[in-house]
Every structure is written in structure tokens, then in C-alpha cells.
Design a protein. Sequence first.
Length: 426
Amino acid sequence: MNAPAQIQALISEAPAGATRLREIPYNYTSFSDREIVIRLLGEDAWRLLDDLRSARQTGRSARMLYEVLGDIWVVRRNPYLQEDMLDNPKRRQDLIDALHHRLQEVDKRRKIIEAAEGKDDETVAQAKQRNANVEALLQAATKAVEDFSAEFRASWDLRKRATKVLGRYTEKHNIKFDGMSRVTHVTDATDWRVEYPFVVLTPDSEDEMAGLVKGCIELGLTIIPRGGGTGYTGGAIPLTPMSAVINTEKLNILGAVEMTRLPGVERDYATIHSGAGVVTRRVADAAEAAGFVFAVDPTSADASCVGGNVAMNAGGKKAVLWGTALDNLASWRMVDPNGDWLEVTRLEHNLGKIHDAPLARFKLEWSHPGERGKPATPFKSEVLEIPGRQFRKEGLGKDVTDKFLAGLPGVQKEGCDGDCTPHQCV
């Protein structure tokens, strides 16, 4: 996921002794005034404003500047207001005009004060410096208002283009720009809220996934796969407004438990075929009804989805006996960052915990999307061989420090190297 350009400035600690000010109106978010000023005007603007405040020269002008920032901030942080502004050009222009008017009033006060300089004990050099600081702040604020105004036209144009591009691969009603969809996909169970996604996609079938990924790449959007949204690591949280959340909850096809001969295994073994959007509890219930146990048992089993279990290498209390998601996967299919299909098949499965196997082997097959988006004939294949002990850190069981997992695609990557669709679990 792409982080904002100013992310280091935003997460850096405030100067020692600095007060967490909350003077920007309409700010009902967890962002401090400092963080909002940095986001809208830049870190240098915050330093200038802080210096002016310490010199007690920012009374009424500062309040007017904060009102401008507050109006911009409340619209940017409220998709419903954004919808209203997009649908009402006159109302939007009235707001922009009001913002410019306030900044013009601040500039008038600056010029009045400049004309009166030198009539007190303040040195001329200090007066000139303060006036230059105010002017620099006004320039930054004026640019912020202009950028804010331009965002609406850019957003409108990109929505039209996205509807056309993504509409090639899914129905129009699955391309969601509305406030409700964006609000419900701004965070997961962490409740961290950084940026609202530009669009939420809800494909009806697995066949649509490769095309949607290619479409998002064409549009320059950051892709975020999401299932039940129960994660506590922030993997489904947009960090840029130019992002597309692909919700996999409709990919909920669940097969019956079948006795299957896996590649390189000498006897039949119980497996179940599941879509990425199937709720974990449904798989567990299907396994129990057939007289088996589904090993992956996270505490979020009633809400989490199978795709998320694979992406996070989920475990649960049963993992002590039967291992995590990785130990219980026979095969899985995903769309890679190029929009191609990637099928991963475990060879010679040891039917137990993967770290007990001397060597874990996986067959990887890439194919371009064929008819109706389904995988076509593979154009590339390879066999990935990884020592079993490499998947676990001794004494810890699951190694949460190794997200890469020796390059094994999909598992434990939180959707960072592809978008999983169906799975075959043992």
C-alpha cells in the first residue's frame, strides 16, 4: 500500500513540551491541529505558525486561517459531504469563494499591520520576518484551497473513467463510490482511519477478479483486498485516497468435503473447496458435519473469511494440534500484481505441520486471464522448494517475524502480493 508523502512528518514526535492544540473547527477526528496543518499545508507551515503563535501575533488571523483549514478538513474526512459537493457545483463554488474571502481578509490585516510597523519597540527586522512568515502561510493556504477545488473535478473525471474501465469486468452496481460503501471500508477491526478509499469493488464471481486488478492498475489505484474486515494488523486499511478496496465477500462458493488424492500423497485425504469470501464458521461446520475437524479456528471465526485466514496464516486454539492455515492448504489460486492468475499447489503434502517436513515443495503456475476471466493455459511454471524448518522459529511455533515465508506467494502477506480467490483445504 502507498503511504502519504508526508507520512514521516505526521508520525514523528512533536517537539518537547509542545501542546496538543485543538483549535481547528469541525475536527472530530483523532488528528491534532499539528497533524492537520502538516497534511494540508506542509511541515514548514506548521513551524511558521508555531513561531507566530509563540510571538503572540496570530489572534484573529490565526482563527480565520484555522476556519479555512477546518472547512477543507471536514469535507475531506466526510464522504457524504464530498458527495453533496460533487452533486451541487454551485454550493461547492460558494464554499471555495468563502475560503478565498477569508484568506483575503487575513491578507488585508497583514498589510495593515505592515503599514503600522516601527511604531513600537519591535525591531524592523523582526517585523519584516513576521510579515514574511504570514505571507508564506497565506501562499500555502491559497494553494491548499486551489488544490481542494481541483480535487472535485479530478474526482469526477476519474469516477467516469473508472466506471468505464472497471465496467468491462463487472456490473456497474459493483463499482461503488457512495459514502456508505467508502465509510464501511475505511478501516478494519483496528479502527484506524487514515484515508477513505476512492472506490469499493464487490465482484460477483472469481472470474471477474483478474480483470478488476488489471483495471485498477490501468487507473493507477492502489489495490486492497478485503474479506470480513476482522483483522487487527491494518492490512485492509487504505493509506492513500487513490485506492480501490476489492471486497471478496461474494466469492462464497463452498463445496462438500471430498476424499481427494493430493499430488505425491499415497492415499486419499479429506479436502474441501472454498471461495475466499466464505465465513470461517461455515467451513468448520461443513467439516464437522462430515466427521472431520477444520483446523483453522481464529477467534473471529464467525465473521472472518477464508481468504483472510490464508492472507494472515491464521491459527487459533486448534492450531496447537493441527497447525495454522499454511499447514492445512492443499492449493490456492490468486491474482498477482500484474493481473495474471497464479495457482499454487502443495506437492507431497506431509498431512501435518509443515515444519515437520524435511522439504516443502510447491508448484507455481502463472496464466493470463482467458475466456470470462478464467485462467488459461499456463505460460510459466516453477517448483518452489523450502526447508520445512524455515517456516517456524524454534520455540515460537508460528514465526510472525518472517512475513516473506521464503517467497511463498499469498500466505501471511495480508494481500500485499496478490488477491486470493478459491482454496482447497485439507
